[in-house]
Write a protein that binds this ligand. Structure first.
Ligand SMILES: Cc1cc2nc3c(=O)[nH]c(=O)nc-3n(C[C@H](O)[C@H](O)[C@H](O)COP(=O)(O)OP(=O)(O)OC[C@H]3O[C@@H](n4cnc5c(N)ncnc54)[C@H](O)[C@@H]3O)c2cc1C
Length: 360
């Protein structure tokens, strides 16, 4: 059995690793596009706080799956995944919003062991955990919230996949009737997995995935130990999180209709800074280290695209992860690996089928 995986973002890397672990031959093709989502992604893995009902079931299973993946990598000798459980906090100055968040998060946590304990924090307690936070913000804290450095996890997955024999080819792939064409050569495959992120429609025009630009800024707080700070989620699409090395990350714009316009814009930078400083005024004196730009592979219904093409059952899609791919894609990789090898995946993939767009 030979599988070709197109794209080596988090989705392609995870899928290739899971397929090779199951004993099939894997070739990974990577085009090195500008602005892959994985290299810009913030890295929040905390689905229990999300306000999306449709996307939640898969995201919670994906969060439950993370420790399993980290265990598999460790079994293979790869311990530098960067994934850490640091906790997550929904923050607000509005009691009503916090009460609503507490009820929603508690109900979900009751069914999802990885969420851990959920508790209310007063503003002083919230600031003890995230010292640069605005003093009026109370919080709902969920112990199981995690974060991951997408670049690092991708590197680790690719190293682990290579150590198990996955071959990577640099080049831009296109589909043929029996496999893939890359660098002028035709490669035959039993299955092809398209994990080409926002570029997937170039390979499969019927798939409704479009680039949604995200601009996200990194700050340095010299001399401050940030490694254990929790993820901070205000009641908006903006957020803050921290990494080891005195680094705080604030995101992000969600620019639908951006196309592949790879630029840091004045309005985008202002939006990110305004939100970051209103939630965390203690960042005012931080060093602005860099702003990253990435193209989320967004779908019209906000759900990922997972499974075979109706008219090409040998072609499987693993894309459309939108704003949640660093959470979802490692789990999706395991589901797609099962499908590629003719096994039944543990999750019913009907809501995510590629053909759903043609039915609209
Ligand atoms: C600013 C920002 C913040 C985010 N924050 C979070 C977060 O906190 N939590 C979370 O869960 N998710 C987050 N995400 C979402 C997450 O990053 C994405 O959903 C995920 O990285 C998508 O991964 P992917 O592998 O599908 O796509 P990509 O990472 O874009 O990878 C696609 C790859 O395919 C390659 N490719 C394309 N065409 C071809 C071709 N023809 N041949 C070969 N290779 C090809 C590209 O070069 C690229 O490397 C964020 C995204 C952004 C932009």
């Amino acid at each position: 059995m030979r599988v070709i995986v197109i794209g080596s973002g988090i989705a392609g890397a995870a899928t290739a690793y899971q397929i090779v672990r199951r004993g099939a031959e894997v070739v990974l093709v990577e085009a090195e596009r500008t602005g892959p989502a994985t290299a810009a992604g913030a890295g929040i893995v905390c689905p229990w706080t999300s306000r999306s009902a449709e996307g939640y079931p898969a995201a919670s299973l994906a969060a439950e799956y993370y420790p399993k993946l980290i265990g598999e990598l460790a079994e293979d000798g790869w311990r530098d995944s960067s994934f850490e459980v640091v906790g997550g906090m929904v923050v607000s100055a509005d009691e009503g919003e916090l009460t609503e968040a507490y009820q929603r998060v508690s109900a979900r946590a009751a069914e999802s062991p990885a969420a851990g304990e959920v508790r209310r924090l007063d503003p002083g307690q919230a600031r003890e955990l995230f010292p640069v936070l605005a003093p009026e913000l109370g919080a709902v804290h969920v112990a199981g919230g995690g974060r991951v450095d997408g670049r690092q996890l991708r590197r680790t997955l690719l190293s682990a996949a290579a150590a198990r024999g996955v071959q990577t080819i640099q080049g831009t792939a296109s589909l043929t009737g029996s496999g893939v064409r890359v660098n002028g050569a035709d490669l035959a495959a039993d299955k092809v997995v398209v994990a080409a992120g926002a570029w997937s429609p170039e390979l499969v025009p019927s798939v409704e995935v479009a680039p949604q630009r995200g601009q996200i800024s990194h700050f340095g707080l010299p001399g401050v130990e940030t490694a254990t700070w929790p993820v901070v989620l205000p009641v908006s699409s903006h957020y803050l999180l921290a990494f080891p090395g005195s680094r705080v990350v604030a995101g992000a714009t969600r620019e639908t209709g951006s196309g592949f316009d790879y630029r840091i814009t004045a309005a985008g930078q202002r939006e990110v800074l305004d939100h970051a400083l209103s939630i965390a005024p203690g960042l005012a004196d931080a060093t602005l280290l860099e702003t990253r730009v990435g193209f989320r592979p967004a779908t019209p219904d906000g759900l990922p695209v997972l499974g075979p093409l109706e008219d090409r059952p040998d072609v499987l899609l693993a894309t459309g992860f939108g704003p949640g791919g660093l959470t979802l894609a490692p789990y999706a990789g395991a589901l797609i690996a099962a499908l590629a090898l003719g096994e039944r995946p543990e999750l019913d993939l009907t809501p995510y089928r590629p053909g759903r767009f043609s039915a609209r």
